[in-house]
Design a protein around this ligand. Structure first.
Ligand code: FUB
Length: 363
């Protein structure tokens, strides 16, 4: 437990963590830490330090901020390129009512043992609200070791959530991001290559032998599917999302500082759709804009430069009139699979472009 600098109060089933000395004042800038003779400067501090958290999907429900992160756990699973070391067992929901204010950890919201079809590895989740119900969407490998996307429900945003008996029909791969358009229609964006298995899915068919693309081939694209009114089903077969350059050309696999890898997110700003993602092995968060939730999206640039650690994963939301980027790094542990969630402000230029953020540098 890493709560030395915190005042801890236990209430009914929840842990309330009050920040002291900036530990949970997550908009502190220019905090330094000594590492291997260098001084690493971090733009923000971890939102909580008593558990490891990653892949933050932030939402505003009833004027309160809720964060749905992965709950990183040290299980000792050996590290490999398929991400076996990301061997998470449950989710905790965090909430706060002001950026930099006290954070509540609501405890275990869903455990893998309570998902009837799950095998292993609870990866990056997301959440949505409709039908007087809160929905938690999560990727987990099924008993055949194939990633599928599941859904669980609760009457409250913090859970606990009850999982459906089966994964969402037609779902696959990882990193669901559920977006509510202004007309009330919900869409799920998803997919991730390498350990996320998206390379095995062509035309929505699974082929365990299908591999990654060669450098000159078109890069693998993320997927979208419209959700039904029940929020537990797709109303259509998943479609690919085209991300193109200014000349309308798709990226190739060799463009790996820009091409899609994982960590989809969608938000709207001034009527435009902003699709953002991680480039994985080059560690950028990039974004592209379009006029429809289905795209095509035109590449705009990097929004977050590489952070400490291998993965980069985020969400972008507006809260009380200001825009924020939630992201993670490995400041607390120095280990790729034991991450900590952070937040910082996000600014747009007058033309709608996002001012790129650098969250860490060495002095
Ligand atoms: O947390 C496990 C995986 O790492 C996520 O699903 C990816 O987006 C990456 O952050």
């Amino acid at each position: 437990m890493q709560i030395q600098k915190m005042a801890l109060a236990v209430t009914t089933g929840a842990v309330v963590i009050c920040g002291c000395q900036g530990t949970t004042r997550n908009n502190d800038h220019n905090t330094t830490a000594k590492k291997d003779g260098d001084t690493t400067v971090y733009l923000s501090q971890p939102i909580v330090t008593h558990i490891f958290t990653a892949d933050p999907s932030a939402h505003v429900f009833n004027d309160r901020l809720y964060i749905y992160p992965s709950h990183d756990t040290a299980t000792g699973t050996p590290e490999n390129d398929l991400g076996d070391h990301f061997n998470m067992m449950d989710y905790h929901v965090l909430s706060l009512d002001s950026i930099g204010g006290p954070v509540t950890d609501h405890g275990a919201a869903l455990h893998i043992k309570d998902i009837p079809w799950a095998g292993r590895q609870l990866w990056a989740p997301d959440a949505a609200y409709a039908n007087n119900t809160y929905y938690l969407y999560f990727p987990v490998k099924d008993k055949k070791d194939i990633f599928r996307i599941g859904v669980a429900t609760s009457r409250t945003p913090e859970g606990p959530f009850k999982a459906e008996q089966q994964p969402i029909k037609g779902s696959y791969s990882i990193d669901p991001a559920v977006f509510r358009d202004s007309n009330g229609v919900h869409y799920m964006y998803f997919g991730g290559i390498w350990g996320g298995q998206l390379q095995r899915w062509n035309n929505n068919r699974y082929d365990s032998t299908a591999g990654l693309r060669g450098p000159e081939e078109e890069a693998i694209l993320p997927r979208i599917a419209r959700l039904g009114k029940d929020m537990k089903s797709f109303t259509e077969e998943p479609k690919v999302i085209r991300i193109v350059d200014r000349n309308g050309h798709l990226f190739k696999e060799k463009d790996n500082d820009k091409r899609f890898f994982e960590a989809s997110w969608m938000h709207r700003y001034n009527g435009k759709y902003y699709f953002s993602w991680s480039t994985g092995d080059t560690h950028n968060l990039c974004y592209a804009t379009g006029d429809s939730p289905y795209g095509p999206f035109t590449y705009e640039g990097v929004l977050l430069n590489p952070v400490q650690g291998w993965t980069n994963h985020h969400s972008i939301i507006e809260y009380r009139g200001k825009w924020y980027l939630f992201y993670h790094d490995t400041q607390l542990s120095g280990k790729t699979h034991l991450r900590n969630v952070k937040v910082t402000g996000l600014k747009y230029n007058a033309d709608g472009s996002i001012q790129p953020i650098t969250a860490m540098y060495k002095q």
